[in-house]
Design a protein around this ligand. Structure first.
Ligand SMILES: O=C(O)CCC(=O)C(=O)O
Ligand SMILES: [Fe+2]
Length: 444
């Protein structure tokens, strides 16, 4: 049975997922652990879980440890603080990995590390029992915090020589009256992997879907759309034009509830961790956390019917190899897909293996509702689309001249609560020459 149980990687991934929610949505850790999603800048609940399973002190300790092991003391301070608060108020359970003493120890050391740039001294690290030299390139912090936490720890563990040693060091540093020791704690979020669009992306995720206001722009409208297909005359599709540059539309009610359910069911056994293009190959990546499976239209009737509907609505040929199989994607809590292009941006991309050109268009179907989070954000175009169950989002990735449209840079925001399912159909350039003609203007 062991293979079906979560592994260390899953546990670490869950901790990263929580820290991702904290960062992207700017959430308070204290309310997050209670299932209340409150933004630091706004005390009103962003989302509140009706059935709330609180995180325990031990859960918070674990999240803090994941950050601590990566020397990310910004997150470790915030999560160990919560662990200490919760451990103080509860009896220790034998199932716990950590104790109040461990949490105090790690919190004190994390605080200390936040001011390491002020110090040129040696101090022992709590878990390695080795000497550690504070280096010079870090942020300000608060030594007196580290001191009072270590003193509290000594009340529980009076014989701990290492902590005695640290207390002496902290007292000495305080007496030396370094400027940083008197200043308040200024925690700064680590830059992590550099993402130029980070601020815009997080803003768009936080608005929970910020489509342009249609009444302010008459060229954005809703209509009943047939695309001139006789098959759609009796039951036109409800089309909402979301953006003209890039061209993005939402087709409401694109699938039925039953179809969405069946597609999820067929995909379930084939779900594997999602990959992204990496040079000439494919690899897992932190910036895309989800599971996905490919469904062939020949294997499932409903998938074939969906292909026909895509052709009716878009006019595109989606027969293989002119489009990829249907990719069904499942995101759990904290699952996301950071800003990216669907089309290939390098000639060596594995997307060209089909030998049918680049991905000219994307049709992404929302196969489930999501309680909170999970919008699709278009970064440069500056709007985000909330998850609309059973609707399909369509956009052209390429200009008519075949070049990639940079304005299609988009992302799947992290899921706060729920389980998000989408299905992607990527249509390639070949066979669409007379369906999406090039323009007389080579710039278009
Ligand atoms: O999940 C989303 O909203 C976006 C997904 C996406 O962009 C993709 O799978 O390529
Ligand atoms: Fe995408």
């Amino acid at each position: 049975m062991e293979s079906s149980l979560p592994k260390l990687e899953d546990l670490r991934g869950a901790a990263h997922g929580l820290m991702r929610l904290q960062d992207v949505y700017n959430l308070h850790v204290e309310s997050l652990v209670r299932g209340h999603f409150q933004q630091i800048s706004d005390p009103v609940d962003f989302y509140k879980l009706s059935v709330s399973d609180m995180l325990s002190g031990d859960d918070c300790f674990l999240v803090g440890k994941v950050a601590y092991d990566l020397e990310d003391y910004y997150h470790s301070v915030l999560w160990f603080e919560e662990a200490v608060r919760l451990f103080r108020g509860t009896e220790w359970s034998p199932e716990n990995e950590g104790t109040l003493e461990d949490a105090l120890d790690h919190l004190a050391f994390s605080h200390f590390k936040e001011i390491k740039n002020q110090l040129k001294t040696w101090i022992t690290s709590p878990h390695r029992r080795c000497f550690f030299q504070a280096d010079l390139n870090s942020k300000t912090g608060n030594i007196s915090h580290a001191l009072s936490l270590s003193r509290e720890l000594l009340l529980h563990d009076p014989m701990n020589r290492r902590v005695h040693f640290n207390v002496e060091k902290y007292e000495k540093l305080l007496n030396e009256n370094l400027p940083a020791t008197s200043s308040g704690l200024t925690l700064k979020r680590p830059d992590g992997i550099y993402l130029r669009t980070r601020n815009a992306y997080e803003q768009l995720c936080q608005t929970k879907g910020s489509q342009p206001k249609h009444f302010e722009n008459p060229s954005l409208f809703c209509d009943y759309f047939t695309n001139g297909s006789p098959a759609l005359f009796l039951q036109p599709i409800r089309r909402e034009i979301i953006s003209l540059q890039p061209y993005v539309v939402l087709f409401h009610g694109f699938v039925t509830q039953a179809e969405a359910k069946n597609i999820r069911k067929y995909a379930m056994p084939g779900l594997r961790r999602s990959v992204v293009a990496s040079g000439m190959n494919q690899a897992t990546a932190e910036y895309r956390i989800s599971k996905s499976a490919w469904l062939k239209e020949s294997a499932h009737e409903v998938v074939g019917k969906l292909d026909q509907r895509i052709t009716l609505v878009t006019g595109l040929n989606v027969q293989p190899p002119y489009a990829e199989y249907l990719q069904v994607v499942n995101y759990g809590i904290g699952g996301h897909y950071e800003p990216h292009f669907d089309h290939a941006t390098s000639d060596s991309s594995p997307l060209y293996r089909l030998k049918t050109g680049n991905r000219v268009a994307t049709i992404m179907i929302y196969l489930s509702p999501v309680q909170a989070g999970g919008s699709t954000a278009f970064i440069y175009a500056n709007f985000s689309v909330p998850v609309v169950q059973n609707a399909a989002l369509f956009w052209w990735n390429l200009h008519k001249n075949g070049q990639g449209n940079v304005d299609t840079l988009h992302a799947g925001c992290p899921v706060i609560v729920g389980n998000k399912w989408v299905a992607n159909k990527w249509v390639h350039e070949y066979e669409q020459e007379f369906r999406r003609r090039c323009s007389l203007n080579p710039e278009e």
